[in-house]
Structure formats: C-alpha cells, structure tokens
Design a protein around this ligand. Structure first.
Ligand SMILES: *Cc1c(COP(=O)(O)O)cnc(C)c1O
Length: 390
C-alpha cells in the first residue's frame, strides 16, 4: 500500500518538550550547579508539588513506579501471608510490586466495557486472609472511588491504588491517589507526566506510611548509618525531579489535550460501531485522562476484520498502534507458578485478543486523528482475505 500522508507515531513527545526545552535545560543546570545529585532540593520540591496536585498530604519519590508499588505496599504493612486483590489485565509491574512485598497476589477478572477491575468478582475472591486491593486506573480511567471504599469498608481492606496511568485523573470528585491509604505513580517518559528517564512516587495521607517509605527507599535508614528496616536503594533522581518540576504545571493542559483527542476519536469512530469497532467505555466522564486511547476490534462480529490484520494494514499506511497488553499477567511464563490456567479470566483474556491502542499524545492534531480514522475505514473496506475463519 502506497501512502502519501506523513506517518503517525504511536507517541511523539517532541511537541510536548519543544516549547519547554530551555526551561528543562536550566533545571538540569541548577542541579549541576548545586551538586545535590541525590535527594536534592528538587526532589523535595517535586514531592510537595505533586502530592498537593493529587490532593494528598505526603509524597515520597522513588526510582520507578514498580518500586512505588512494592515499597508502598510494604509500608502499608502488607507482607507474607496476606492476600492482595488486583486485576488480571494490567501491566505486569502491578503484579511484580505485589509479589515483591511478599504478599500472595489474587487476580481478578475485569469489566469488558471499561477494562477496569470487576469489583463484584473482587468481592467473590475475598477470603479471611485478604488484606488489600490494588485497583489499577487503567488507560487513565479511575475505578469508582465510592464502590472501592464501600468494598474496603465492608471487608476491612486497605486500598492501594496503582495510579501509574492516571496522573490527575478524577472521578466522583476524588483525585487518583486520594481514594485510599496510599497510591503509586510512575514517571516513565511516556506516562501522562513523564521524566526523561525513570521515576516514581508513593503518595499517602498517612504521615507514618510516608516516613516508612522514606526509610525503605534509603537502605532502611531513618538517619544516616542507622538501619531500622530491610530497605533498598530506590530514590527519585534530583535531575529527574528538576525536570518533573518544569513539566508539572503543564500537566492539566496536556490532559485536556488528550481528552479532546479522545472526543474526536469517539465521534469519528461512532459510525464504525456497527462494523465491529468499539471504543473502551468512559464511565468517569471528564476525569478520564486518556493515558491511552483503546478500542476493541470485536471478534464476534461478522463484518469485523481481526485485530492483527487491522494493525498490519494501519502500519502499512504509516499509522503506529499498540496493544496494552497482548498477554495477561496470569499467562506470562514468569508467573506460571501462581497456578492460573488459560480460561481463568475469560474477559481479560478476550480483551487481550481484541484491544488496539491508537496514537495519542498532547500536540496530536485533529488532522492526524482524522487521518488515523480514515486509515481504519480504508482497512475495513478491504476484504479480510487473510481472516482464518473466512
Ligand atoms: C508504567 C506502569 C507501572 C510501572 O511503572 P515503572 O515506572 O515503569 O516501573 C505500573 N503499573 C502500571 C499500570 C503502569 O502503567
């Protein structure tokens, strides 16, 4: 297929960084001049600014989102023998974090429309050993705070949010990170708020938990050369924090950009609903921060082509797409020992086969959105010669 339109990457961070490049350079210079490379002034500033933006009183910077989950859960007192509920369809880091704090992960299926954890299924999985639930605000849409709190209240569970995809998301007037006891964020470059490298944070309303994460991230030492915990070295770099301080004031407007792009996709894709394409539902309204824009290529619809064919045809037209995620956690070879079999979580497994993430980044133009949907229409119009069941 010959394409004359310029190609569209899945994510392009250049339009986001270009306007603030000199500020970023200045921030890096600042760290260089002060020489406070580790646990510098910029880390403290960013911890205060970001936790405040999340409507939470404490923030503790760590090396990455995975560490934020592992150390955050550990600081909440989750340990060996405790069962922790989490969705089967999440990035594998959620599961790694739960395993690293020593707890027993208990995976739960998801809702087919929103792809968020199915709270009724979570309730059925509760046992006397269940201590916590780790809801994942997948793709930027929050799990309902009120339903989570009801469940946690009834069964005396700790809520620890994986908010790695939901910076400043909101639902029912509650910010991501502010629902429960504590939450984890990631600042991986392509997240809604990204560093120019790795970074993460635990946010919490609880002073004692914040103190414990501060200790754990610093070799388990509340003061120098005095160790009260079996800690590790997991700190947010001063340089990354300085960069994040420059970027944070822009986050709201970048999220608005994403929401606008999502609205354009929603409107343009509507006519394709009857042809087997269905965007993942947004039940949280304006609070959805669209880390990703995901649609399903419905496999049970006669007219629809399969996801792989669509993805390949888009690629041929210069449109990059992604799959988040192609293989659910419980079927990953590394976690075979957890004992889950294929068929254990039918909704999550089916979603893995149907989902396709479309290009989405602040600064993506309406013309580009139109080009993506045009390419999808063209792909559908071509008979699916390679469809196995045809
Ligand atoms: C990115 C991500 C993480 C892990 O964050 P890292 O900073 O890459 O360690 C955890 N959970 C979810 C849902 C994520 O998207």
């Amino acid at each position: 297929m010959q394409s004359v339109s310029p190609s569209i990457p899945f994510v392009d961070l250049a339009p986001l960084h270009q306007p603030i490049q000199s500020q970023i350079e200045q921030a890096i210079q600042g760290v260089l001049q002060r020489g406070d490379y580790v646990m510098g002034q910029s880390v403290l500033e960013f911890e205060q600014a970001f936790s405040k933006a999340c409507s939470v009183s404490h923030g503790v910077g760590v090396a990455c989102g995975t560490d934020a989950i592992a150390l955050g859960l550990q600081a909440c007192g989750i340990a060996q023998g405790d069962e922790v509920l989490l969705p089967a369809n999440t990035f594998v880091a959620t599961l790694i974090g739960v395993l690293r704090c020593g707890a027993t992960p208990v995976l739960v299926d998801c809702d087919p429309k929103t792809a968020l954890i199915d709270l009724a299924a979570a309730e059925r999985a509760i046992t006397p050993r269940t201590r916590a639930i780790v809801p994942v605000h997948l793709y930027g849409q929050m799990v309902s705070p009120s339903l989570l709190r009801d469940l946690a209240h009834t069964y005396e569970l700790i809520i620890f949010e994986d908010a790695a995809q939901a910076h400043l998301a909101e639902r029912e007037g509650v910010r991501a990170g502010a629902i429960g006891l504590a939450a984890a964020f990631s600042f991986y470059p392509s997240k809604n708020l990204g560093a120019l490298g790795d970074g993460g944070m635990v946010v919490t309303k609880d002073e004692a938990i914040a103190h414990k994460v501060r200790t754990l991230r610093n070799y388990g030492a509340p003061r120098k050369y005095f160790h009260t915990e079996f800690g590790t070295n997991s700190r947010l770099d001063s340089i990354q924090a300085a960069i994040l301080n420059v970027k944070l004031p822009h986050l709201k407007s970048w999220n608005r950009d994403r929401a606008q792009i999502a609205e354009q996709y929603n409107a343009l894709l509507k006519p394709l609903l009857s042809r087997g394409l269905m965007p993942i539902s947004n039940l949280s309204g304006k609070g959805h921060v669209y880390h990703l824009y995901v649609m399903r290529v419905m496999q049970d619809q006669a007219e629809s082509i399969d996801r792989e064919t669509l993805q390949n045809r888009l690629e041929a037209q210069g449109i990059q797409t992604g799959i988040h995620y192609p293989l659910p956690c419980h079927l990953q070879p590394a976690f075979k020992h957890l004992g889950y079999r294929e068929g254990a979580f039918p909704v999550a497994e089916n979603l893995c086969k149907e989902i396709l993430s479309l290009p989405m980044y602040p600064g993506m133009s309406e013309a580009q959105v139109i080009q993506v949907v045009g390419a999808i229409e063209e792909s559908l119009a071509t008979p699916a010669a390679v469809k196995m069941s045809a």
